[in-house]
Design a protein around this ligand. Structure first.
Ligand code: CMP
Length: 141
């Protein structure tokens, strides 16, 4: 089915000037970028986005990293977009990411891991609505 997923290019990959390379991977895999914006997340925005992790030991480091520089946030649309984006990203920990994945090629640690992608269609809907109004999205079938 055609799905939407939320993708974030994190501060490390933005700083490496890798936005275009990563967008090209999405597009070559058949995912369409149907909404996008660059943001420098506030502490409150980052904490709210990652609220499900607030009891985890890595939460403070995660929020500090995600607010350390601008991020590029986009909605990707396409057949099986959630799983397809997760395949393109590779494992959360870049040491475990398959060669040729975004994290294998750009990530340096589990925190500075280049990209975020929704893990299921339900979280995708919540994460998309965290950053975008429905009217911000330009579906292209
Ligand atoms: P992301 O997909 O953005 O979702 C939560 C982030 O927390 C994750 O990517 C990692 O960058 C970061 N993180 C740091 N430590 C861990 C950990 N032990 N397990 C999962 N995520 C972690």
């Amino acid at each position: 089915a055609t799905e939407r997923t939320l993708s974030i290019i994190k501060p490390d990959a933005v700083a490496k000037n890798a936005i275009g390379d990563i967008y090209s991977r999405f597009e070559k895999a058949g995912l369409r970028i149907v909404a996008a914006k660059m943001l420098h997340l506030s502490q409150a925005q980052a904490e709210g986005f990652y609220a499900e992790h607030k009891e985890r030991g890595f939460f403070a480091d995660l929020v500090a990293f995600m607010t350390s520089g601008p991020v590029m946030v986009q909605v990707l649309e396409g057949e099986g977009a959630v799983a397809k984006n997760r395949e393109l990203m590779g494992a959360t920990n870049p040491k475990e990411a398959e060669p040729g994945t975004i994290r294998a090629d750009f990530a340096t640690s589990i925190d500075a891991n280049a990209v975020h992608g929704s893990d299921a269609t339900e979280s995708a809907a919540r994460e998309i609505s965290y950053f975008f109004e429905e009217s911000d999205i330009c579906p292209r079938g």
